[in-house]
Design a protein around this ligand. Structure first.
Ligand SMILES: [Zn+2]
Length: 498
């Protein structure tokens, strides 16, 4: 591995959206000050938020390194990596990039995350995931990145990246390092945007629809109130100053059929949808995506382990805490509407039944910590984090409320974890259960040992009964217990407010 101080210290990238040839964009990187004989330039094999290898280097062609007008010897050492010899002479790298998909439609290939890929449609729309267009040197993951896009003057770049250009035909973005660049996708198209002020957070909704319909205002009206409730649920403040929803829609005319894909980032979410152009359907989809993805600002975006903080784009080490990143986010998504009084208890109970039923299709004997570490190889079991993962967090919430006599639940736990850790302050993967135990009750260590690290069947019936909910595992029914004791009613009130 190269010592980063032996290499240059900034990336200066240039791309023109006006010059697209054979569906490819040409990228130019200026580099200075590399002092080593060899340097290795890479594209990610995988990016945060997805759990399957994508090999983004596969879309790169005509890779060349230059010293003035001379080309330098380059060896492609794998799908994603190029070794450059006489690297101390480099001042420029050039290559071309193909997009990952053309038009978003049905026909999903398993394990192919389109929301992590780019798509170019000349004069119409560019979905840019920076991990597909730009690479990094081994050892140079922390260098600042400058990216300059030439563009049609009537195109607008929706992104949470900082734009330093005042020129309508050019954007100059800055990212503090490569990970930050990858964390901020860009949607380039003719503007259809609205801005919402949610507390101290500026939220931008930016849309592209192949039908030509303007969607941003309608989507803003739908998710504005949702985000206000999310803010209230999180204790009144959101952990980001700026947030961007990037929304890409292609239409078809088959009733009831739709295909969607979404990927969350620290300050944005990219949503892709192929459906009928029907308002209620769009509303439902966007609402569903926004309600889950936005809660990721808490975890893993604020609360995460070192495995995520020092992300290795070629061979990531997997954290054991997907039960938290996806399970808690999904639990929060189902708990917020009942806790904030937005939905009747029956809807909440239906969601519990639905998750408990679907969970049966998965192998629940694999401990969640083990499944998390093996997430890339166990794609077949991954969805269980949204089912068992969420229900484990539900039981944890009830247990915490019980032990604290109502004062403390997962809401307070996530608030306290956000204060203790942060976007630049990860936790140690092996220590999290002990830390949470020290913040709460000794009994919580047993809870984690049994149901998260262990393979004890989750006694949903028993936990729900503490809160006066009768769950019949055989028939998979959940209902309020008519004979609930005052203690059970009290715990239920603490837990869901009704
Ligand atoms: Zn998620």
């Amino acid at each position: 591995m190269l010592n980063p101080t032996d290499l240059g210290s900034n990336y200066f990238y240039e791309v023109s959206l006006n010059d697209i040839k054979d569906d490819r964009l040409a990228v130019k990187l200026s580099v200075f000050g590399i002092k080593t004989e060899e340097a290795v330039f890479n594209f990610p094999r995988i990016v945060p938020g997805i759990y399957g290898a994508m090999d983004f280097g596969r879309n790169i062609v005509h890779f060349q390194a230059f010293s003035g007008n001379d080309t330098l010897p380059v060896e492609r050492t794998g799908t994603n990596s190029w070794k450059i010899h006489m690297a101390y002479k480099i001042n420029e790298i050039r290559y071309e990039v193909d997009d990952g998909w053309e038009v978003f439609g049905s026909g999903v290939q398993e394990g192919f995350y389109r929301s992590a890929e780019s798509s170019f449609t000349k004069d119409k729309v560019f979905v840019i995931n920076n991990n597909t267009l730009f690479g990094y040197f081994s050892g140079g993951e922390k260098w600042p990145v400058y990216v300059s896009f030439e563009k049609p003057a009537d195109f607008f770049a929706a992104t949470s990246l900082e734009n330093r250009s005042k020129n309508p035909q050019k954007d100059d973005f800055f990212a503090k390092n490569y990970r930050d660049l990858v964390d901020n996708p860009i949607l380039y198209t003719r503007p259809d945007t609205v801005n919402l002020h949610i507390g101290n957070t500026l939220v931008t909704v930016a849309c592209y629809a192949d039908s030509g319909r303007k969607l941003a205002a309608e989507i803003g009206r739908k998710i504005g109130p949702l985000m206000e409730h999310q803010r209230a649920y999180l204790g009144g403040t959101l952990p980001v100053d700026r947030y961007t929803f990037l929304f890409y829609h292609t239409s078809h005319s088959k009733p009831g059929e739709y295909t969607g894909d979404g990927l969350e980032h620290s300050a944005s979410t990219l949503c892709l949808l192929n459906s009928q152009t029907d308002s209620s359907l769009l509303d439902r989809f966007v609402y569903g995506i926004a309600s889950h993805e936005f809660f990721h600002v808490i975890t893993p975006l604020t609360v995460h382990s070192e495995e995520i903080e020092d992300y290795d784009f070629l061979a990531p080490r997997m954290s054991q805490h997907l039960w938290l990143y996806e399970g808690m986010t999904e639990y929060t998504t189902m708990h917020m509407p009942i806790k904030e009084g937005l939905e009747p208890v029956e809807d909440f109970l239906l969601e519990i039944q639905r998750k408990a039923l679907h969970m049966k299709q998965f192998d629940n004997s694999i401990p969640l910590t083990e499944l998390s570490r093996a997430a890339m190889d166990r794609q077949d079991q991954y969805y269980n984090f949204y089912l068992k993962g969420a229900l484990v967090c539900l039981c944890l919430d009830i247990r915490l409320r019980e032990l604290s006599e109502g004062k403390y639940g997962t809401q307070e736990l996530m608030r306290d974890l956000s204060r203790r850790y942060g976007p630049d302050k990860p936790f140690k993967d092996a220590e999290l259960f002990d830390v949470i135990t020290s913040m709460t009750f000794p009994e919580i260590r047993t809870f984690f040992r049994d149901y998260v690290e262990g393979s004890e069947p989750l006694p949903l019936e028993q936990f729900l009964s503490k809160a006066g909910v009768r769950f019949d595992a055989k028939r998979n029914t959940a209902a309020l217990a008519p004979d609930a004791t005052p203690q059970q009613l009290q715990l239920r009130k603490w837990w869901i407010g009704s």
